[in-house]
Design a protein around this ligand. Structure first.
Ligand SMILES: Cc1cc2nc3c(=O)[nH]c(=O)nc-3n(C[C@H](O)[C@H](O)[C@H](O)COP(=O)(O)OP(=O)(O)OC[C@H]3O[C@@H](n4cnc5c(N)ncnc54)[C@H](O)[C@@H]3O)c2cc1C
Length: 434
């Protein structure tokens, strides 16, 4: 195959290009942003090189471990026992452990047992297909009862999915609960981080791609995909138009719609991409001169804040000053998403002060808010049947994080899928050779 373009320089696009290079090809990777990494990209936060969005790794992130090994980065991966909290009724409770759940007296003892049973059941379910046609909220209500559901889950859904809350598939929530449940050693939650953050992986992938002859062009948004009758497509960027025999797009599916439309695709096909619902994220990150809690993750159930949880990165990865993330997931067309960054920062700070009443304004050292328009695909029931075709034209593939449903978006999953996709494309091309 003579020319291959990869659209998108997040973990999946980098993995596709990395694997193609390992197999002796020289792809061109086109990234819209001024940097690589996608959702896992980093920025300079008052001297700290930090992800725009919090990232941790789990004990079952096998594809991630494999690529680290190949890139000589395995010794940069560290693990730590972490704890979880639950902020409810203006009080912080321990959560995420059997003793924490059993001692939570705001729910009947039976509900607490049912909660633990449900977590255990998530580890034994093998066939997720039976959960695919049930909504997550129905499934959780069945396990926990109405009161348990309302107290433990309702706000998490309401503040992540808004009008889509009652449409999310049970298979999707199952895979999330299972992922964390499996990341335990001797029953203790154990999470991982790279010493240099995700940037370390992004840098190593970039170096390997370039070293093996691949080309990376940042600031190169693809504006149009015009399929060619002989296969592949003409890609238009602000720098010009170029034909590729094979195009592999890894950008969020709704972003493929304008590219196809500009390339003259059928409106029906375009709408299969544009109609994919997704939730945006405005993610506040703060530096403080002290910890907020001892937890890595604190779930929040408080009417004053539209915040599902707080992530204290420094309680996982040693970062000083103390770094906390406060994500706001909101559909991008919701009026709240139009608020300016300072409004999100103020809400986040007030929430941290509510969780830790000793916190004073002078303890805050710096703050920042990053936004990602398509941060969380909305995985509804029978999700796969709602996805557009993986290969809308011969030689044009459009994948994003939804392709590995029911798994939630993740670095390891995107790398795994990206690498196997690259191998499949090459095998297919080889089989088609005369
Ligand atoms: C708040 C948050 C927290 C997260 N936490 C974790 C975590 O703890 N652990 C974990 O493993 N994962 C986590 N993730 C998910 C992880 O970051 C993603 O799964 C992963 O980055 C997906 O990679 P991707 O390459 O598939 O997609 P993306 O990262 O979305 O990459 C797509 C790329 O395409 C580019 N692009 C868009 N339009 C164009 C265009 N027209 N032309 C060219 N390029 C274009 C984008 O700029 C981007 O770089 C988190 C994500 C978020 C938002």
């Amino acid at each position: 195959m003579s020319s291959i373009a990869v659209i998108g320089g997040g973990p999946m696009g980098l993995a596709v290009a990395y694997e193609l290079c390992l197999q002796g090809h020289t792809p061109v990777l086109l990234e819209a942003d001024d940097r690589l990494g996608g959702m896992a990209a980093s920025f300079n936060f008052e001297g700290l090189q930090l992800e725009r969005y919090y990232h941790f790794h789990c004990l079952n992130d096998h594809a991630f471990f494999e690529v680290l090994e190949e890139l000589g980065l395995s010794d940069q991966l560290s693990w730590r026992q972490t704890t979880m909290g639950f902020f409810f009724n203006n009080r912080l409770y321990p959560w995420g452990s059997v003793s924490g759940v059993l001692s939570f007296r705001h729910l009947p003892l039976l509900t607490r047992f049912r909660y633990l049973l449900h977590a255990a059941r998530c580890l034994t379910i093998r066939n997720w297909r039976e959960l695919d046609s049930i909504t997550a909220t129905t499934w959780l209500r069945k396990w926990l009862g109405e009161r348990g559901y309302q107290l433990l889950w309702h706000k998490l859904f309401a503040f992540k999915f808004f009008q889509f809350s009652d449409q999310i598939s049970a298979a999707w929530i199952w895979s999330r609960v299972r992922r964390l449940g499996q990341s335990r050693k001797k029953l203790k939650e154990t999470l991982g981080f790279l010493q240099g953050g995700s940037q370390q992986l992004v840098d190593a992938l970039e170096t390997s791609i370039r070293h093996n002859g691949g080309e990376i062009r940042c600031n190169s948004p693809v504006q149009a995909i015009r399929p060619s009758p002989q296969g592949g497509a003409m890609l238009q960027t602000p720098n010009g138009v170029q034909h590729f025999d094979q195009v592999i797009s890894t950008v969020p599916l709704p972003l493929v719609a304008p590219m196809l439309e500009a390339g003259g695709s059928d409106p029906e096909l375009v709408s299969e991409y544009s109609s994919q619902p997704s939730v945006a994220c405005a993610c506040v990150v703060l530096q403080t001169d002290r910890a907020i809690t001892g937890n890595f993750w604190t779930n929040v159930n408080d009417d004053r804040f539209a915040i599902p949880g707080v992530i204290e990165m420094s309680n996982l990865r040693p970062l000083s000053p103390h770094v906390s993330y406060v994500p706001f997931y909101i559909p991008a067309d919701h009026p709240d998403y139009q608020r300016n960054n300072q409004a999100f920062i103020d809400d986040a700070w007030n929430c941290l002060k509510a969780i830790n009443p000793d916190l004073q304004d002078e303890h805050r050292l710096a703050s920042h808010c990053s936004r990602y328009r398509f941060a969380q695909p909305v995985c509804r029931i029978n999700f796969q049947s709602t996805l557009p075709p993986l290969e809308p034209y011969p030689g044009v593939i459009t994948a994003d994080t939804t392709v590995y449903y029911p798994e939630d978006r993740g670095i390891s999953e995107s790398i795994d899928y990206g690498r196997s996709l690259a191998r499949r494309v090459l095998a297919h091309a080889a089989a088609a050779m005369p």
